[in-house]
Design a protein around this ligand. Structure first.
Ligand SMILES: NC(=O)c1ccc[n+]([C@@H]2O[C@H](COP(=O)([O-])OP(=O)(O)OC[C@H]3O[C@@H](n4cnc5c(N)ncnc54)[C@H](O)[C@@H]3O)[C@@H](O)[C@H]2O)c1
Ligand SMILES: [Zn+2]
Ligand SMILES: [Zn+2]
Length: 341
């Protein structure tokens, strides 16, 4: 079957790989929609690992239920794309995101388990979740990034009336801003270097205001507006300027949640965190419960994530979509892939 694999720095190739079959009880799916994630962008930029077929956000139709006796051919599902061991203390306490094995065989994030940038994929049976008919294929493919935002917000512990800054208006930032409002924040701002995305965050109703991080007066504008900084800052980019601005825009005694991923080491002014006695929290992935909560919120129409979907493309259009998402001026947010297109 056709797939999209990393070939080199900022380079994909459309290539044939073997169709997955059910082995070790794995559930085989026909991919209906797969999301392009900001983390996928990091891999594509680095060109490593070569041959990786990404796609860890997906909606699929079961073609072989494998070990899952409760599933049948034709069921619509998604899955946590991770590979926790299931028996360490992290797994036993409902925190698979802390398990050392979680990323080892992750679907779409490891060479051993090709992801959904292909018409079919095989997923670990215990990670598969059947979804209700009331949510669309687009929504199902958005459960994973929505759960990332929900996890970051749970860690942020936002108090009613809090002022919250979200750094970066990609899907993780926008979903985090959406949940910050739901948690009772009185003012939610976004900072962005991409003007089109900054404006869109306000138009979509998830931010009250956006700040241009490229402007020389950026820091001064924010400090004046908040009278000394935000109660909570959620960093959703991962680069050094963004993480530095997260530390500098939090009020003394405030909380900074780091959700952005830097693949290498970065230099940041830790003295700011010391002098302001900031609480820094890393946020990775989600719990199984948070994943299910996002499905329930979508099914009950308590959140609308379809407004973040900018377009649906074919496998051949994936290279151009990554180029668009990294050009720095596009207002596209979530681009979904339909392998049957
Ligand atoms: N913690 C997790 O579990 C988890 C899960 C998924 C993604 N991520 C990470 O979260 C980050 C965001 O993901 P995404 O899909 O939203 O990515 P994205 O690339 O779509 O969005 C990042 C946004 O940050 C903006 N930006 C860059 N530098 C900035 C700066 N200095 N100030 C303000 N804005 C700036 C970019 O213009 C872009 O719009 C990525 O690093 C991704 O790897 C983390
Ligand atoms: Zn993702
Ligand atoms: Zn474990």
């Amino acid at each position: 079957m056709k797939s999209v694999a990393i070939k080199g720095q900022k380079q994909f190739e459309v290539k044939e790989i073997e169709e997955p079959v059910s082995k070790d009880g794995y559930v085989v799916l026909d991919v209906k929609k797969a999301g392009i994630c900001g983390s996928d962008i990091h891999y594509w930029v680095s060109g490593q690992p070569e041959g990786l077929v990404m796609g860890h956000e997906f909606c699929g139709i079961v073609t072989d239920p494998g070990a899952r006796e409760d599933l049948k051919v034709g069921d619509r599902v998604t899955a946590l794309p991770i590979s926790p061991c299931g028996h360490c203390s992290a797994c036993m306490t409902g925190n698979p995101q802390y398990c050392r094995e979680t990323w080892t065989n992750a679907s779409g994030l490891s060479l051993t388990h090709p992801g959904a940038y292909a018409p079919k994929l095989a997923v670990r049976p215990d990670m598969v979740i059947k979804v209700p008919d009331t949510i669309t294929d687009e929504e199902v493919s958005m459960v994973e990034p929505t759960a990332v935002g929900l996890h970051a917000i749970h860690l942020a512990d936002i108090k009613v009336g809090a002022k919250v800054l979200v750094i970066g208006a990609g899907i993780i930032g926008l979903v985090s801003a959406m949940f910050a409002k739901k948690e009772g924040a009185s003012y939610v701002a976004i900072s962005e270097t991409n003007e089109a995305r900054g404006k869109k965050s306000v138009e979509l109703g998830v931010a009250d205001e956006w700040f241009d991080a490229k402007k020389e007066t950026f820091m001064n504008d924010i400090m004046t507006k908040t009278n000394g900084g935000f109660d909570v800052v959620i960093e959703c980019c991962g680069n050094a300027p963004a993480v530095s601005s997260a530390l500098m825009t939090a009020r003394p005694g405030g909380t900074v949640v780091l959700a952005g991923v830097a693949l290498g080491s970065i230099t940041i002014p830790t003295v700011v965190a010391v002098m302001s006695e900031l609480t820094l929290k890393g946020a990775i992935a989600y719990t199984k419960e948070e994943f299910q909560t996002c499905i329930d919120l979508m099914a009950n129409k308590q959140i609308d994530v379809t407004k973040f979907v900018s377009k649906v493309v074919s496998l051949e259009e994936v290279q151009a979509s990554f180029e668009e998402l990294t050009c720095g001026t596009s207002d596209s947010i979530k681009i979904l892939i339909d392998p049957a297109k």
